[in-house]
Design a protein around this ligand. Structure first.
Ligand code: N01
Length: 548
């Protein structure tokens, strides 16, 4: 028998799929492949009109991954590893999107992917042990399992700025940029948002636009991406060493072996900035450049150390930016390492261009969009185009935008809004049987190489489905006690660190979404420790889960 064993034959006709997968990004594509490989009937539902997930939507100028291409790729199929040729060290959006399309074709996944369809609601039918899944096409499906591969940063936020709808020029969003691109030539462009998306797009837009005005609310900690084309022969050498590379990735804290910009490879540094005299700190700055501020073991755990490292970072900005006032305005005023580390190409240098200006919103708390542009206390900047790079409702946002009703009609959104992001292993939520969350909250997810985290989760889920099938079991969900213990464990790892300091208002803790309950939403214990715990739990017959 290829599909799930069922005791009641009437269910055969009533259930459309063994598993519905939501999302056709890295997670959804692999989940579908894995389901098929194991003989399950899977069906992917995807809102976009193409595959790619994050790399489908975020096609803004300059969009690039912060992990090296060779590591930010599937490891499950050696043929795909050998057949696909990366061209740059850090892959650009278009190349990753092409890669995912290649994988979809190579594995013939498209027949089971329903595009341009958004899942709007899901209801757990306790009597039949199935999820009823509704879409915006008014279709309704029944499936034994739902695998939510909905992404960690995929629920875009529209900024709450007065007058935003009154602008008479062109409004663009980095997270839903026109597929055909946009011609900025000669235009007066304003950009709002200096997180990863803003910082990556600013140099590219500046090179094209007549004038670019950057509206900055929080200054960015960003490091050079050091991207370059792969040299002749380099790719072949890398490809020849895939097995070793993958093994090393799995053993590394963050699933990356080489420098990954946002993810520092290797063991955490041991030298302490507070135990280092100022002249030696300065010498390290000269030696390591942009890596120097992060090259200390105490920076992420001690606020005084963090402040000292921020001083080093400020010095680097002063060296890079010619105008002293602009340089000062670009210096962050919040702890380093609190928000997501950004990587860039020529970000600070861009502020040396004659056609770029900076409006520091820290000095301009009143902000308004007018029909002609953007007005702050410094006056009105007239614009032809406004680009918003204003971020996402991270980790829980995509699932919260679906009306998910679990056992007894309980709402996942209401649960997370009330209690904060709570899961068991980032894989399931108590009260929501047979719903799996790929790289869900409280798994390493955004703190590790996403592709590695995704593969691990998909494989764990597939093994779990097999375990249930072999034993004729229908359902799995965490016990509330196991979930609470995991939440406590995950929180305890990060408590007292810079990441959860009250002065640290990152999307990791949901601070960018008004009213969102503050919880650090990723597991900080490292990928190897996490993977081991997941394996132990499965090996012990899915300890902490109720199977029925
Ligand atoms: O979003 P963000 P992002 N008025 O939330 C500002 C991943 N990613 O799309 O910080 C004015 O980081 C906001 O200001 P503040 C990566 O994990 C990866 O850039 O809230 N400004 C901030 O400056 C990343 O962390 C890659 O004070 C407003 C910006 O908008 C995550 O996605 C590339 C505002 C939002 O920054 C999100 O990045 C791109 C308002 N009302 C993204 N509201 C790579 O792989 C918000 N802001 C490299």
């Amino acid at each position: 028998m290829t599909t799930m064993e069922r005791q009641d034959p009437s269910r055969e006709t009533a259930v459309d799929y063994d598993a519905i997968v939501i999302g056709a990004g890295f997670g959804g594509l692999y989940a579908l492949h894995k389901l098929r490989e194991l003989g399950y009937r899977g069906h992917v539902i995807e809102a976009g009109d193409g595959v790619g997930g994050t790399w489908y939507w975020n096609r803004y100028p300059g969009a690039r991954c912060d992990v090296e291409s060779i590591e930010y790729s599937y490891s499950f199929d050696p043929r795909i590893e050998q057949e696909w040729d990366w061209t740059e060290v850090m892959p650009a959006q278009a190349e990753i999107e092409r890669y995912l399309n290649f994988v979809a074709d190579r594995l013939d996944l498209r027949p089971d992917i329903e595009l341009e369809t958004r899942v709007t609601a899901m209801t757990w039918d306790e009597a039949r042990s199935v999820w009823t899944v509704e879409t915006d096409r008014r279709d309704q499906y029944a499936a034994h399992f739902v695998i939510a591969a909905t992404g960690c940063l995929s629920a875009p936020l529209t900024p709450d700025i007065p007058g935003i709808d009154r602008f008479s020029g062109t409004t663009l969003y980095t997270n839903n940029f026109p597929r055909e691109g946009f011609d900025f030539a000669g235009k007066r462009v304003g950009i709002m948002g200096t997180g990863s998306s803003g910082v990556q797009s600013i140099p590219v837009i500046a090179a094209e636009a007549g004038h670019l005005t950057v509206f900055q609310r929080s200054a960015a900690y960003t490091l050079p991406a050091n991207n370059r084309p792969l040299r002749s022969g380099e790719l072949e050498e890398l490809k020849a060493n895939y097995p070793e590379l993958r093994a090393a990735q799995r053993e590394s804290m963050n699933g990356v072996v080489h420098f990954g910009g946002a993810l520092l490879a290797g063991d955490p540094p041991t030298r302490k900035i507070l135990e280092t005299p100022p002249e030696q700190r300065a010498a390290l700055l000269d030696e390591l450049g942009w890596s120097a501020p992060l090259a200390w073991g105490d920076v992420m755990i001690d606020m005084e150390a963090n402040y000292a490292a921020t001083e080093l970072y400020a010095e680097l900005i002063r060296r890079a930016v010619r105008d002293a006032d602009v340089a000062e305005a670009l210096i962050p005023h919040y702890p380093m390492g609190c928000k997501r580390q950004i990587i860039d190409t020529d970000y600070f240098e861009t502020f040396n261009r004659d056609n770029v200006s900076l409006v520091d919103l820290r000095n301009n708390p009143s902000l308004e969009v007018t029909p002609a542009g953007i007005r702050t206390e410094e006056g009105e900047v007239e614009l032809d185009v406004i680009v918003y790079a204003t971020g996402f409702d991270a980790m829980t946002g995509a699932l919260n935008r679906i009306d998910i009703r679990g056992a007894g009609g309980a709402s996942l959104r209401e649960f997370w809004e009330r209690e904060g992001a709570r899961t068991y292993l980032g894989l399931q939520v108590a009260g929501f049987p047979n719903l799996f969350t790929v790289t869900g909250p409280l798994s390493p997810s955004v703190l590790a190489n996403m592709v590695m985290g995704i593969e691990h989760h998909v494989e764990w889920i597939a093994d779990c489905l097999d375990y249930l099938r072999e034993r004729g079991l229908q359902t799995i969900e965490p016990t509330p006690e196991a979930q609470e213990a995991w939440v406590e464990h995950s929180n305890s790892l990060v408590e007292g660190s810079i990441r959860t300091d009250p002065s640290c208002n990152s999307w990791y803790v949901g601070a960018n979404v008004p009213g969102k309950k503050r919880v650090y939403m990723a597991y900080t214990g490292g990928f190897p420790q996490y993977r081991e715990r997941c394996a132990e739990i499965a090996g012990a017959g899915y300890e902490g889960f109720t199977l029925a």
